[in-house]
Design a protein around this ligand. Sequence first.
Ligand SMILES: Cc1ncc(COP(=O)(O)O)c(C=O)c1O
Length: 373
Amino acid sequence: MGVNWLKQAVSQSEQLHPYIPGKPIAQMLREQGFSESEIAKQQASTVKLASNENPYGAPPKALEAIKQIAGEICRYPDGDCFELKQALAAKHKIQTEQLLIGNGSNEVLELVIRSFSGVGDEVIYSQRGFIVYALATIAAGAKGIAVPEHDGFGHDLNAMLAAVTDITKVICIANPNNPTGSLLSTTELQSFLNKLPSHIVVILDEAYYEYVMGEVDDSIHALKHDGLIVSRTFSKAYGLAGCRVGYVVANPDLLAVVNRFREPFNVNSLAQAAALAALHDEVWVLDKVAQCKQERSRLEAALQGLGLLAAHSFANFVLLRHEAATTLAQNLEQQGVIVRPLAPYGMADILRVSVGSEAENDAFLAALHKVLS
Ligand SMILES: Cc1ncc(COP(=O)(O)O)c(C=O)c1O
């Protein structure tokens, strides 16, 4: 008889369920019975609006930088990300010691939770917060406290404060939040932080910051709390999701602890070069953010017209409410459009649809009209 590996693993493994990402186009086509040669042909006519990626591609300077450095990949990367840290420090007007860079912000979020919580500790997050917080908490052996939102969409900061106990070690807040698209103001966040003990680590996950730049203050300078960790990523507005680069800004003493848990070469050399170049292509980045926001308004107006808009989103996706949302998602897939059902977040009647390019959004709206008629 084979070994039951789940029983051999650490006890918390039983509660861990792998993260389900947005479905890749090739996987959807395989599920629909296409052969490998047909998949190659079909891919171009399929639209993936399930992972909040940048539909306009990667910044041209980043693509060029990857080509330039490709010959160097026989070497290990710079384990300290020296040049990228210098550029980020200059951009944010901070010291390099205030930065820790990861294999996507996801890695850093996990490292932070693992560094500051374990068996016997509690980590607080919103019930409909980014699912990785719950998974990282379980993996760390800590107990997750999922706090319901005040209206099903926005973080309830008062309820989160009420959930704080002597064993609370970390609080995670995404702003804007994925998957609900809600936004907290700088004032709301600072008044929350003022009421917290200073030893509690607060992860403010700003993966979608570029989409609200100008609408909220820059948290890196505006918010004050000893344990505050602001997290940003190159995966969304910067168009580098496949490279995996994200970073956090925090107190150097706190990051020195997190750094002990980091593997030595966690950010590969192509990713470092691409991220550095992307920082020099900010005109491109901001132009695409503006286009995305225009398209988001167009999609939200169309959904509103159909009586399907669930709530306004501040990020690069929109929220559609339909009583048979999961079936609707399957029907959209049959039309070649992949969206994200939010049933795993306890929102069985909501679909999250990433804002695509103009042509992709047209394809989505045409498919939606077709499956609803
Ligand atoms: C709120 C939030 N945080 C973090 C991430 C992780 O992003 P990455 O690991 O690509 O930086 C995502 C990705 O969708 C997200 O939505």
